[in-house]
Design a binder for this molecule. Structure first.
Ligand SMILES: C[S@@+](CC[C@H](N)C(=O)[O-])C[C@H]1O[C@@H](n2cnc3c(N)ncnc32)[C@H](O)[C@@H]1O
Length: 212
């Protein structure tokens, strides 16, 4: 009998995600070949589904890399009737790569590109947003929450990645700034009465939270 293990569950779930367009598959191959941390198809599918479920048409992403997660959100916004997805990354090369991939996918017009620090950019951008996705450096998570809270509409959804951090969150010997940032953010959002939050143990763990 096949064991009920974390890797087996992830593989089983991955096989349920529908086939992606060739351009998206190219982005997945790049991540694999270069060890770049994209959210991958399992989490991408969940992000896309949540965005569709709430009819999101204004999305802000913090830490967008070369646009892989953006592609999932852009598909949802397009199917929801159109709108805007903010792509924010501070690396020029990644921003350029994102422009090429997202244009090839036909989402060019829908994306606003920012090459800057993500939390400061959110602060400076007019809200409110239906959905905010956070995937910045993990030590920056706690300080991002007040800004996200201000910019998300009531009933809007926050999705935040790497909340299991390969298990380091429950390794008490790990007191690094990134792990501490994830623990503190988790404490904040799960104890704040203004949010309804669940940790979805998919891939590296995503918190999906609704602002009341
Ligand atoms: C984990 S990767 C993003 C992957 C992307 N969300 C995806 O799944 O396709 C995070 C990216 O955001 C950048 N980044 C990290 N912290 C940032 C910040 N505070 N402001 C802007 N970019 C940031 C990193 O350099 C990296 O390129």
């Amino acid at each position: 009998m096949t064991e009920f293990t974390y890797p087996n569950i992830q593989e089983y779930i991955a096989n349920l995600v529908p086939q992606r367009p060739a351009e998206v598959q190219k982005m997945e191959e790049y991540a694999q070949q270069n060890g770049f941390p994209i959210i991958g198809p399992i989490a991408g599918q969940l992000c896309y589904q949540v965005a569709r479920m709430i009819g999101a048409r204004r999305i802000f992403e913090l830490g967008s890399g070369y646009g892989y997660s953006t592609a999932w959100f852009a598909q949802a916004v397009q199917e929801n009737g159109g709108g805007v997805v903010h792509h924010v990354v501070w690396d020029e090369k990644l921003s350029q790569m994102a422009r090429q991939h997202l244009s090839a996918l036909g989402y060019g017009e829908m994306i606003r590109y920012h090459m800057a620090e993500a939390v400061q950019t959110l602060k400076a951008t007019e809200g409110p947003f239906d959905l905010i996705f956070n995937d910045i450096d993990k030590d920056g998570y706690p300080a991002s929450l007040p800004v996200i809270t201000e910019k998300l509409r009531s009933g809007g959804v926050l999705i935040i990645d790497n909340m299991l951090w390969s298990g380091k969150v429950f390794d008490q010997a790990d007191q690094s700034a990134d792990t501490a940032g994830i623990r503190e953010f988790t404490r904040q959002i799960t104890t704040d009465n203004g949010w309804i939050a669940s940790l979805v143990p998919m891939r590296d763990g995503l918190i999906v939270a609704m602002k009341k």
